[in-house]
Write a protein of this length. Structure first.
Length: 110
């Protein structure tokens, strides 16, 4: 029982801070506060930088998606040019196929 009680007393004195007064470490209190502030600043700065990196990664994925969309639109424009070329080739062969001239008719339901 004695060993268990000593361990409990040591841990309570450690967490209560009485070991600081027993060893006359109270004169270093400002140094401990300074170290604590530096540690808090270091952790908060790292969290801030990490959140910026997350935002940068998110924006880079958005940019990649926009680049894909732009490439698809440019391919659509190129395909319009190909359609005109196909129409000219069909006309050269004397084909009766052509692009529709009238807009599509709307079917009305009951």
């Amino acid at each position: 029982m004695g060993l268990k009680r000593k361990i409990i007393d040591k841990t309570t004195s450690f967490f209560s801070g009485s070991f600081i007064l027993k060893r006359r470490m109270d004169r270093f209190l400002w140094f401990f506060i300074y170290i604590f502030i530096l540690l808090v600043l270091f952790i908060s700065w790292n969290l801030y930088i990490e959140s910026r990196f997350v935002r940068i990664e998110k924006n880079s994925t958005i940019i990649k998606d926009l680049e894909i969309s732009r490439q698809q639109r440019s391919l659509d424009l190129v395909s319009i040019d190909n359609r005109i070329k196909v129409e000219k080739i069909l006309q050269n062969f004397g084909s009766k196929l052509h692009a529709p001239t009238d807009p599509p008719k709307r079917v009305k339901g009951e």
